[in-house]
Design a protein around this ligand. Sequence first.
Ligand SMILES: Cc1ncc(COP(=O)(O)O)c(C=O)c1O
Ligand SMILES: N[C@@H](CCCC[NH3+])C(=O)O
Length: 424
Amino acid sequence: MDSLPCSQFQYRNGVLFCEGVNIRDLADRYGTPLYVYSRQCINEAIDNYESAFDGVSHKFCYAVKANSNLAILRIFQKKGWGFDIVSMGELARVLQIGADPRKIVFSGVGKTEEEIRVALSAKVGVFNIESEAEFERLSSIAEEMRCRPRVYFRVNPDVDAHTHPYISTGLKTNKFGIDFFSAYGLIKRAAACSHVELAGIDCHIGSQLTSFSPYFDACDRLIDLLEKLRTAGIELKDIDFGGGVGVRYRDEQIEPLGELVRGLRERLAGRGFGHLRIVMEPGRSVVAASGILLGTVQYVKTTPVKHFLITDAGMNDLIRPALYAAWMPVLPVVERHCSEMLFDVVGPVCESSDWLGRDRALPAETGQLLAVTMAGAYGMSMASRYNSRRLPAEVLVDGKLAYLIRRRDSLEDLWANEIVPAEL
Ligand SMILES: Cc1ncc(COP(=O)(O)O)c(C=O)c1O
Ligand SMILES: N[C@@H](CCCC[NH3+])C(=O)O
């Protein structure tokens, strides 16, 4: 059987619990598909970052895209974290929970003029600039609005993150960041520009990194640039390494975070940049293990060549398997001591890519509850209403309490923004 994601999910008398709450009871109460998160698991991940960076000048900005439910954002805000956002919608979310705008880093390759204006009005702490054109757009709007935003420059260090190609972002063939050779000239221009305050340098080389060595390669390259800038009399305050720390979905071996901190510190201090504040934008590594997606098996289907468990949770609820062929653990909520068979766990959506797990040993039982674990990151935040399926409900467990943090869509929600012209 697949392993449990963290100590907050345990079987008690054969039934899966999240902290002090019986998951079967949650499914009875709220129905399936249902996302369930453990608050304590998120707190533990936050504390893990805090202790790894203890004694090191740092700033943490949670990457909202990983899981953007307001209640989840509130947990990070309460812990004093800032936020990494990539859209006006994410900005609105973090402002909605009362986040301090000074603790926001605005990333993303495609910031529109409207988004820049709104973020400037909100007094967002830092803009992560990803191109020369963006620099020009931002500085001219800032001049017009008579403000002086703090900026980092996201550099593309051209290093291989050794992750899935769809989530690798630090190669020169990727759209992200400023190419390494143009970065020096552009940062020099920014240093001389009175409409922005040059504060730092940034990179984000990819997601689900299972080794820290690509971070160290990126760090070495950024330091090469910092040295060149220093020669030109330009000193920066912050160095942002983005997110990307991987998690264990199956058998990945992730080194302790302390090793990342040690390696980065060693490199920075060794070359005269030990005073820089390290900024991190973790997403997956702080929320993935906290969440599960529950589905109920509707049908057991056997063909001459395959066995399927068809659940009411599908690719629209959790797209990672369909999109990246990602392996996510699948566990029965109620342990059964009966014979198991190898099943493909699939959803009801009309696509052959609608699967959650392949060749999983599970009981052949209609009505059983299945939990896809490690689903707290890039699960609900990537969900869609494809096939006119209602977005699932979300529950946050805190000790013995369970809070509904998102109602399931109503049927009316499906067409809430649609208009049938009277002429039709
Ligand atoms: C700029 C930026 N920062 C942070 C993150 C968070 O990454 P992860 O969820 O891998 O920690 C991402 C997403 O990959 C990103 O694009
Ligand atoms: N959505 C991706 C991660 C993308 C990170 C965004 N920069 C995943 O589920 O693995």
